[in-house]
Structure formats: C-alpha cells, structure tokens
Design a protein. Structure first.
Length: 110
C-alpha cells in the first residue's frame, strides 16, 4: 500500500523554511510574492510588511510591494512604499532599482 504524502506547495515549503530560518529575508520575500500570486492579499500584506520592517534595505521588497499595492488600488500606500524604496536604494547604492521605482512612482495615478 502506497502512503505517499501529497506534494507540498511552494507556499508550504517557504512557510516551513521560514519557520526554521525566521531571519531569512529571501524566504520572507518569496513567501510574500507567493501569497500575492495566490491571491491571498492579507498574507501578502503581512509578509511584505514583516520583510520591510525586519530588512529595511531589501530594495526589491519595496519595489514588489509597491507594485502589489498599486494593483490593489492602494495608490497612497504604493506611493509611500515606492518613495521609501527609493530612499533604501539610495542608501544601498542601487541606482537601477532607484530608477525602476522612480518610473513606477511616476506611473501611479495622481
């Protein structure tokens, strides 16, 4: 009798890895992205916010979170997040991310 477990989802794997490595920025970022991809907005928000609180220089997190907020129609929050991300990019010397976020910020509705 074959009693194999069903394959774990990407989200489950990320959640397990993060439980074992709570300070891992990439795992938290990945989980936020996966939650957004699945349409679990509350979990995506929670994970993006935790990522940026714990890792204030994780520039890619600001960019993706800003885009997520913009898609959700939360323009003011997207504007704030992208502006904070531009500051993080300046701090870390990431000119490419800085210009991408500036472009995304300029595309937001007034």
């Amino acid at each position: 009798m074959n009693t194999t477990q069903p394959a774990k989802s990407r989200r489950q794997k990320l959640e397990e890895f993060l439980a074992a490595h709570p300070a891992d920025a990439f795992a938290l970022y990945g989980l936020a992205i996966e939650c957004a991809r699945e349409g679990d907005s509350e979990a995506a928000l929670t994970n993006f916010e935790a990522l940026l609180k714990q890792h204030p220089d994780y520039v890619t997190g600001f960019f993706q979170y800003g885009q997520f907020l913009a898609k959700a129609g939360r323009t003011a929050d997207a504007r704030r997040t992208l502006t904070d991300g531009i500051e993080a990019a300046k701090r870390t010397g990431n000119e490419h991310a800085q210009s991408e976020m500036a472009a995304a910020l300029a595309e937001l509705p007034a």
